[in-house]
Design a protein around this ligand. Structure first.
Ligand SMILES: C[S@@+](CC[C@H](N)C(=O)[O-])C[C@H]1O[C@@H](n2cnc3c(N)ncnc32)[C@H](O)[C@@H]1O
Length: 270
């Protein structure tokens, strides 16, 4: 478990899928109270650009993580649309968007069968459902969705080109891919080439690293408390690393600007 937490994203591509399944099973066994609904680094709205939302008390606990979803869809009218999220994890973002922005339907997809079973059992939101599947082999017909949401998941994919080609296939004409994830500066250049090859036009590009870094700082205490509460001592270092707790290598990579964090709005134009 320790090695999984420390090195999942750097592990050979063919083992990543397996690692995520093991990872979800582990968290499911450790969090029967369902306190962890999001698994991302979060976003602090530094210049108050996001539409103000009155979050309920439960949502406030993971407010920074939900903000990462909020900035991802900001500027795009989700209401009444048919939306797919790829890599929905424990469904916190899917539930948040469904309840606050009212799409016609929202399907959360993740690799982990158990996480999907868990989401289908624990969320009861009109229009929201969850399906197991892989980013590079989406179980949907062509032209099925108006928007695809993808938050802090793509970096784990064994086949990024396969994922983008699938997004292009399932999106309707003029539909949007709303994408947020971390990359190095060089990795971002590769990413832009991948978008171009997949015929997804960049409508907006933002480096949101300052917002993610600030969220990690402001959310640091909650993250550490969760780790102390949910994991045995010998795994604390690994979970701190995975969660980007202050003082870890992961945090330092963000702080030094070696790892960046990008948001893209992309459109299927042909
Ligand atoms: C860091 S978590 C983020 C989860 C969620 N987006 C959030 O912000 O809370 C990454 C998620 O991507 C999922 N994932 C990894 N590889 C995948 C693949 N090939 N297809 C679908 N989901 C995948 C993992 O199972 C995990 O739930």
């Amino acid at each position: 478990m320790r090695n999984i937490a420390e090195g999942y994203a750097e592990s050979p591509k063919f083992v990543r899928k397996m690692l995520w399944k093991i990872w979800h099973n582990y968290i499911l066994s450790r969090d029967p109270e369902f306190e962890i609904k999001c698994m991302n680094y979060g976003y602090a709205d530094l210049d108050n650009k996001l539409e103000p939302l009155e979050l309920n008390e439960k949502d406030k606990t993971e407010g920074f993580c939900l903000n990462l979803y909020h900035q991802d869809i900001a500027g795009n009218k989700i209401k009444e649309k048919e939306v797919l999220e790829v890599g929905c994890g424990r469904g916190g973002g899917a539930s948040f968007i469904s309840r606050y922005f009212h799409p016609k339907s929202y399907i959360g997809l993740d690799l982990s069968k158990k996480a999907i079973k868990f989401c289908n059992r624990n969320y009861n939101v009109p229009g929201l459902s969850f399906v197991q599947g892989s980013a590079d082999d989406l179980p949907f017909e062509v032209n099925s969705f108006d928007d695809v949401v993808n938050v802090e998941s793509s970096r784990c994919y064994a086949d990024m080109e396969g994922f983008l080609s699938e997004v292009h296939r399932v999106l309707r004409r003029n539909g949007f891919l709303l994408f947020s994830d971390m990359r190095t500066i060089e990795g971002n250049e590769v990413l832009k080439e991948q978008f171009k090859n997949a015929k997804l036009k960049i409508i907006e590009e933002k480096n949101i690293l300052p917002n993610v870094l600030e969220a990690l700082k402001l959310d640091n205490e909650r993250r550490q408390t969760m780790i102390l509460k949910k994991t045995p001592k010998f795994l604390h270092k690994s979970f701190n690393e995975f969660s980007g707790v202050m003082g870890t290598e992961r945090f330092r990579l963000f702080e030094d600007g070696i790892m960046n964090y990008y948001h893209y709005t992309l459109q299927k134009v042909d």
